[in-house]
Ligand binder design. Structure first.
Ligand code: OAD
Length: 245
């Protein structure tokens, strides 16, 4: 490891040890080493598929079967993966911190499986379904689904409980994420291109409220110039170094 990187690792460890309130924002990059494709990289999902044809209310109205086929495939992919050392390191950090909130854009549930508890899911959860008829939300982990598109016991069509393009985030979750960001002493942003709003604003909200902003990513992002400490590398390798306890 380069000497500068080593110094940064020590600075991050110290910042995490001394912080009263820690907030972390994760994106698809933290699950990349588990084998889940990101959205915008070279092999990113949005390079192969058009979001508006698969992840939007109009796509679902046009062809719910096609949308569900795509989610059924992704659910299968996620079911075959395991949390990686990055997810486990964050769960450890939560156990040792006085006040810790994990804000995630990911819908894969790998943070839950690694043992994280206090999670704000900005974009929903791939294992939750929502009835478009009666509005009931429920957990559904069957892979593959026996019926596509699936239906609720009320007869209504079920949809994935995920925030699609053109939809608003759940207001209570967003509000909680916003106030968590304002209150954070340390804000770590991990594996996100920081291109999707409003999630991309949260690190800046934290920074404006005087948090120490730490970024972990394979590459530079639009947030990098605002970070107090930037570490470039794989989250699954860096996080265990930053959170060795
Ligand atoms: P992106 O695919 O836009 O960005 C992934 C980021 O992770 C990139 O900046 C990569 O450089 C970085 N990365 C890749 N592998 C990494 C690794 N092993 N360690 C650290 N960093 C790594 O994914 P998001 O920013 O999460 O929305 O995308 C945000 C939202 O856009 C998603 O939640 C999804 C998508 O449309 C919905 O589905 C609503």
């Amino acid at each position: 490891m380069h000497i500068d990187d080593e110094a940064r690792v020590h600075s991050v460890r110290r910042a995490l040890r001394e912080a009263g309130r820690i907030a972390v924002l994760t994106g698809a990059g933290i699950s990349a080493e588990s084998g889940i494709p990101t959205f915008r990289g070279t092999n990113g999902l949005w390079r192969k598929y058009r979001p508006e044809e698969l992840a939007s209310p109009s796509a679902f109205r046009r062809d719910p079967g096609l949308v569900w086929e795509w989610y059924d495939w992704r659910r299968g992919l996620v079911a075959d993966t395991e949390p990686n050392p990055g997810h486990f390191a964050l769960a450890r950090l939560e156990r040792s911190a006085a006040d810790f909130t994990l804000i995630t854009q990911n819908v894969d549930g790998l943070h839950d499986r690694a043992g994280s508890q206090n999670i704000l899911k900005l974009h929903g959860d791939i294992w939750q379904v929502l009835c478009t008829g009666c509005g009931r939300r429920s957990r559904n982990t069957r892979v593959p689904l026996p019926e596509l598109p699936p239906h609720c016991s009320c007869g209504g069509l079920l949809r994935p409980d995920i925030v699609w393009f053109g939809e608003s985030l759940p207001q209570d979750v967003l509000q909680a994420a916003w106030s968590t960001s304002e209150a954070a002493d340390v804000f770590m942003v991990i594996g996100t291109s920081a291109l999707v709003q409003p999630a991309a604003s949260l690190p800046l909200v934290a920074k404006e409220s005087n948090a120490c902003l730490i970024e972990i990513n394979m590459e530079e992002t639009a947030l990098s110039p605002h970070a107090d400490i930037s570490l470039h590398g794989a989250a699954g390798e860096l996080l265990p170094l930053l959170i060795p306890f």
